[in-house]
Design a protein around this ligand. Sequence first.
Ligand code: MRU
Length: 329
Amino acid sequence: MYIKQLDKDLPALWFEDGVVHFIEQRKLPLELLFHETRTAEETAAAITDMIVRGAPAIGAAGAFGMAQAWLAKEGREEATKLISDARPTAKDLFTAVDEMEKVWTDGGDVVKASLEYTAKVVEKCRLIGEHGAERIKDGMKLLTHCNAGALATVDWGTALAPMRAAHRQDKNIFVWVDETRPWLQGSRLTAWELYQEGIEHAIIADNASGHYMHLGEVDMIIVGADRIAANGDAANKIGTYEKAVVAKENDIPFYVAAPDTTFDLGTNTGRDIPIEEREGAEVLEYAGSRVANPGSEAKNPVFDYTPHRYITGYITEYGIVKDLSQLPL
Ligand code: MRU
């Protein structure tokens, strides 16, 4: 991803000499800082604490964490458990850890495998961009929720990849960016990425998206996914379900963009997807200061799932499909 203030391209994370380097996503956009981890334990903490987030990016981080444990000659089973426990919803984390565990068991080079895994994810996202851009017409107004950009995927993005590709094809596009309470992945991260790329956009409060859909100001919605069940139900950032329902009511195409590492044929439906609950403080506080009524508590489910009947199609590295039977999973 191109970063204006550095005038260079950087991925969201990379692995060099046993060290994982991350763009510190909790500090963006006001500060562009980097974070380093030297052990699997530190890498697992970076995932849990959301220094790195987004399904394919935490998959890559998980692969690198496994590689660090392998380099340090730690126990394979302990490392697998440590990394797998970092966050529960994104399938990519488990896809990556399983793949690294297999290489480790077979006596292979886990560092090499983690680098290959990550390079493949980046290429899949580039292809998602190519396929998705075919559906984006000049002059379209799109909407996205959360951050499914390069920061969430190492590079390119899933939902943002088609927008990036369409923009590079000189199509004029405009993107409505849902703020995405409580962690503000939209207003902080998606807006930052679109700004770096020079894509016209506006941040809206989460509860404004229905208003713009109703006014005919949204031509298409593209979101990412954390896990897609065998029947096509897709878990993504909390609030995605509402967007999909309102989109259907207003005849707006609603696409889910994801690489094959996010699909989980072992989970039957959206209801079976484990939904992470994070601390209520994320809802009760704003920038570290309490703003909610003292004495009140909060619930903070961070994902929901959208039933497949609301999903127009899945934008994948293989192309755009209507249902999962069309994918070589
Ligand atoms: O809690 P987060 O920020 O990890 O949630 C991220 C999302 O919900 C993204 O939309 C999803 O991982 C798709 S990323 C390409």
